[in-house]
Design a protein around this ligand. Sequence first.
Ligand code: NAD
Ligand code: MG
Length: 381
Amino acid sequence: MTRSLCILGSTGSIGTQSLDVARLRGYAVEALTAYSDVKTMEAQIREFRPRFAAMADEAAAADLKTRVADTATRVLSGQKGVEFCAAQSAADTVLNSIVGMAGLAPTLAAIRAKKRLALANKETLVAGGKLVMDLSKQNGVPILPVDSEHSAIFQALQGAPANRALKKIILTASGGPFFGKTADELKNVTVKDALHHPNWSMGAKITVDSATMMNKGLELIEAVWLFGVSPDAVQIVVHRESILHSAVVYDDNSVIGQMGLPDMRIPIQYALTYPERYASPVGELDFAALGKMTFYEPDYETFRCINLCRRAIHKGGLLPAAVNSANEQANAMFRKGEIGFLEIAERVERVLETAPQKEDYTYEDILEIDRFAREAVRGDT
Ligand code: NAD
Ligand code: MG
């Protein structure tokens, strides 16, 4: 099977691993987009020769234009340039690996253009799950999960009976770098401590989200939208080794999960080749060498972000978007050294409690709640 790709966020952790898969499988790359990393983008353009490239940052786009003037790639700029790539290139598949809710508008643009969507950008579903799922149904466009847990759930659901018979989803979590610590011990942790993830090498924002376990809360909401289940049907289990990437429990209590070494190129490739499978660059799991797998109940008292997300998705409407934007802002402030680690959850909680609610929302409502949440988190610094 061949694919032609547009990769949004191509210079990031998922973006570069997606290009590894594209290189290996010989896929045509029609368009690439990024925020401001022109050096990486230039190298990607020279290797993959896309028809279009967009930099969200205008100055970066101007710089890139002169750097690649000798190539046939047309350079676009700004949010509009990114959306043009998502919708207008000749790609049949758009892989969205942008970080943050900045990925929402390009996601909607890709679905409107009836592109097959491989989605790593979980914030898109957390902020605008209803818009995205409704639009994908209207346009008959599949959304293929790239997030490792959701890919595992999607894989475990292959071969489900017509009535689905799905009892619940087991969403696994590594527990992050601060597993086993008390809130008191987390008071003074540094950005460097938080960026030290035990099992995965990822972008800075999601690595801090893994340390607060906000990442698992966002993934709970992502699972609710992708698989159409109630939040109560998603059980979170800490699994330190990140080998069982998630599982489903059917009505007969059979548990079907997906396992493998923790390497994102497996879920990325599956999202691109689905329903087929091919050899991948990832090694085989050696059970005897692994020895054991461990499982624990999450510590919801210390890692409060998980339940903030649970509360938000229970209430629905705009509250998941409010929590997501508040977290984006607080996460960035923590990384800049402006607030402490525990203040992330505190500030997100305050937004959850004060955000104006709206059951049925539009894209403009999401932009408005985004402004409200960021302002509220910044507020009293
Ligand atoms: P990253 O920071 O490494 O890369 C982000 C990419 O998005 C970069 O190419 C950047 O240039 C681009 N970008 C940033 N802001 C932008 C904006 N405003 N407009 C347009 N482009 C912008 O992040 P990552 O770790 O690759 O994560 C990307 C997404 O995938 C996130 O939603 C994350 O939660 C999800 N995800 C990542 C992993 C992982 O292993 N890294 C695993 C599962 C899910
Ligand atoms: Mg994940």
